[in-house]
Design a protein around this ligand. Structure first.
Ligand code: ZN
Length: 528
C-alpha cells in the first residue's frame, strides 16, 4: 500500500480543484504509467497547491481536472487512515516471525521475542509458544495463526469503535432511504474477499443502515432463508404499529463482481469468471425472491430489487437501473468508471445533473437493454446517490493505488465461517463462507480452502479459520446453543479436511457476539 499518499490524503484539508487528472480511469494505455509514476512522486500533496506537472499521469490526460468535484475528501482521508492501520497489523506478521526465527536459539530468547513483538505487533505471544524454542524450534504455524487472530480481534475493536462514532451518518442514511420509500435495505454480495469493504468503501453506506447483510459465494443467496428475514422485519413493523401499506417498501440488492482488466481469470470464481453469468445468476435470485414474497403474501409491490456489479480492479460499479415495473436487464446499466471520466472537469451541480441524465438515458435504452420506462422517483434517487458515492471510492483508489489495486486477485488474510464479522469492512481482508452447517456450506468452504492453498498452504503457512456466530441475548439459551453449534461446525470442518488437519494446516478461533452491531467480541476458544 502507498502509505505516503494515504498520509497525504489525511493531511489534506483543502479540496480546491486541481488542473490535471490523477489517473487514467479505464484508460488501459495510460494505466501502467499511472501506477509507476504515481508511487514514485515524493512530493505529491493534494492539500497544497502543488504543481501538477509533478505527476506525469496528469500530463497524459491534460484536459481533465485532477480532483473529481463530487469527491468526499474528508471521508476519503478517514477511510485511508482506517485501511492503513488495519492492513499494517496483518502485513507486519510475516516479517516479525522471520525476525523471531533468526533469534530463536539465542540466550534470553523469550525476552528478546517479547521486545520484538511488542514493538512490531503490539502484543506478546503466550510464553508456552516461545520457551521450548531452543529444543524443538518455534512452531511457526501456531505463531502465525495466533498473530492473525490477534490482528483480527483488534481490528474488530477498531471498526466497532468507528461504528459508535458514526451514529449521525446512520440516522442520515435511514432518513434518506425512508424518503426514497424504503423502510429496510437488504444486501447480498458475493463472499469474495474483494467485496469485503462493500458498504463502507465501495457504496459508502453506513453499515448500520443496512437491515440485512449476508454474503454467499456467487451472491447465490438462500431464497427461503431470505423470505424468513423479510417476514421477521415485517412482523416487527406490524407489532410496532407500522402498517404494511404505509408506502414504504423493502429494497433487496444483489452485488456481483468482475475484473475489467482480466475478466476471464479474476472475476467471480463461483461463476467461472464469466461476467454475464454472474450478473444473470444474481438477477435470477432477485427475481425468485420477489416472486416468493408475491406468491406467498400477494404483496410483491412491497419489494424492489436492484442489481449492482463491482469491478474489483478499481471498485467502480455498474448499477442495473430497474424500469417502471421494477424489472432489471443485465444489459441495462450505468457504469461509474465512464461517468467519472465524463464528469471530472465539471462543477458539482453539472456533475449531479449528469448523473440523473445518465440514469434517464439508460432507462430509455433500446434493443437488448430496452425496458418499460423509467423507475419511480425513489429508486431514481437511490441509484443517483449510489453513483455519486462511488465516485469518491474511484477517486480513493486513484489516490492510493494509481487507479487500480495492486492485488487484483485474492489476498485474503483468514477464512471467516458462520455469520461473519459484520463490523469489519475492508477489501481482501477475509474469505467469507456463510453457513449454518458444513454440509450445506461445503461448496463455499471448498472455494475458501482452494484460495488459501494458493495464498498460504503452498508457502508452508496454515489456513486461519475464524468461526463466528451471533446470538440473541433476548432469547433464553441462545448463547449456550450457539457455542455448541460453533463446536459442531469446527468438528465438521476438521472431518471434511482431514489431511490438512493432520498436517497441522488448520487453526481455529471460535468467537460469538450478541446481535446488535458493535457488540463486544467473546472469544470462546483458539486452538489447532
Ligand atoms: Zn464471487
Amino acid at each position: 500500500m502507498n502509505t505516503r499518499n494515504a498520509y497525504k490524503i489525511r493531511a489534506s484539508r483543502v479540496s480546491s480543484p486541481l488542473n490535471k487528472a490523477p489517473v487514467g480511469m479505464a484508460q488501459s494505455s495510460a494505466l501502467p504509467q499511472a501506477k509507476s509514476s504515481y508511487s514514485s512522486k515524493q512530493n505529491y500533496d493534494i492539500g497544497a497547491k502543488t504543481p501538477m506537472d509533478l505527476n506525469s499521469v496528469c500530463e497524459a490526460l491534460p484536459e481533465r481536472s485532477c480532483r473529481h468535484p463530487l469527491t468526499n475528501m474528508r471521508q476519503n482521508a478517514h477511510l485511508a487512515r482506517c485501511e492503513e492501520s488495519i492492513k499494517v497489523r496483518f502485513d507486519s506478521i510475516t516479517p516479525t516471525l522471520k525476525k523471531l526465527a533468526n533469534l530463536q536459539h539465542e540466550n534470553d530468547f523469550v525476552s528478546k521475542a517479547d521486545s520484538v513483538t511488542s514493538k512490531e505487533l503490539g502484543f506478546n505471544f503466550p510464553i508456552e509458544l516461545l520457551e521450548t524454542a531452543w529444543v524443538d524450534g518455534l512452531n511457526m504455524k501456531a505463531l502465525y495463526a495466533k498473530a492473525v487472530f490477534n490482528a483480527l480481534n483488534s481490528s474488530i475493536a477498531q471498526f466497532s469503535d468507528d461504528l459508535g462514532r458514526n451514529e449521525d451518518l446512520r440516522v442520515d442514511a435511514d432518513s434518506f432511504f425512508l424518503d426514497c420509500g424504503y423502510h429496510s435495505v437488504d444486501i447480498t454480495p458475493c463472499s469474495d474477499g474483494r467485496l469485503k469493504g462493500l458498504a463502507k468503501y465501495i457504496l459508502r453506506l453506513p453499515l448500520s443502515a443496512i437491515t440485512v447483510r449476508n454474503s454467499y459465494a456467487g451472491a447465490l443467496f438462500n431464497v427461503e432463508s431470505n423470505v424468513r428475514d423479510w417476514e421477521k422485519i415485517e412482523l416487527d413493523r406490524l407489532r410496532n404499529g407500522k402498517v404494511l401499506d404505509d408506502g414504504n417498501g423493502y429494497l433487496k440488492i444483489v452485488v456481483y463482481h468482475r475484473s475489467g482488466s482480466d475478466p476471464s481469470h479474476q472475476g467471480c470464481a463461483a461463476h467461472g469468471s464469466n461476467d454475464k453469468v454472474s450478473a444473470e445468476a444474481g438477477l435470477e435470485k432477485l427475481t425468485e425472491f420477489r416472486e416468493a414474497i408475491e406468491n406467498t403474501y400477494c404483496c410483491g409491490s412491497a419489494i424492489d430489487i436492484l442489481l449492482i456489479g463491482v469491478d474489483t480492479d478499481n471498485d467502480s460499479i455498474r448499477v442495473h437501473v430497474p424500469d417502471s415495473a421494477g424489472n432489471i436487464s443485465v444489459h441495462r446499466y450505468v457504469d461509474t468508471s465512464e461517468l467519472y471520466n465524463e464528469t471530472l472537469s465539471m462543477s458539482i451541480d453539472q456533475a449531479r445533473v449528469k448523473l440523473y441524465n445518465a440514469i434517464d438515458i439508460c432507462s430509455d435504452s433500446s434493443g437488448w437493454a430496452q425496458g418499460d420506462g423509467r423507475p419511480h422517483e425513489g429508486m431514481r434517487k437511490v441509484v443517483a446517490n449510489l453513483l455519486e458515492y462511488n465516485l469518491s471510492q474511484i477517486e480513493y483508489v486513484a489516490d492510493l493505488y494509481g487507479g487500480m489495486y495492486p492485488d487484483i486477485g485474492h489476498a485474503e488474510r483468514y477464512i471467516s465461517v458462520g455469520d461473519g464479522f459484520q463490523e469489519i469492512q475492508l477489501r481482501n481482508i477475509a474469505y467469507f463462507a456463510h453457513l449454518d452447517t458444513v454440509e450445506e456450506g461445503a461448496a463455499d468452504l471448498d472455494i475458501g480452502i482452494k484460495i488459501f492453498t494458493g495464498l498460504n498452504l503452498n508457502k508452508g503457512l496454515p489456513a486461519p479459520i475464524a468461526i463466528h456466530y451471533r446470538y440473541d441475548s433476548k432469547v433464553p439459551g441462545s448463547r449456550k446453543r450457539l457455542i455448541e453449534k460453533c463446536n459442531r461446525v469446527k468438528n465438521a470442518i476438521l472431518n471434511r479436511y482431514k489431511q490438512l488437519a493432520e498436517n497441522n494446516n488448520l487453526y481455529f478461533q471460535i468467537s460469538i457476539q450478541d446481535l446488535p452491531l458493535g457488540s463486544s467480541l467473546e472469544i470462546i476458544s483458539e486452538e489447532a
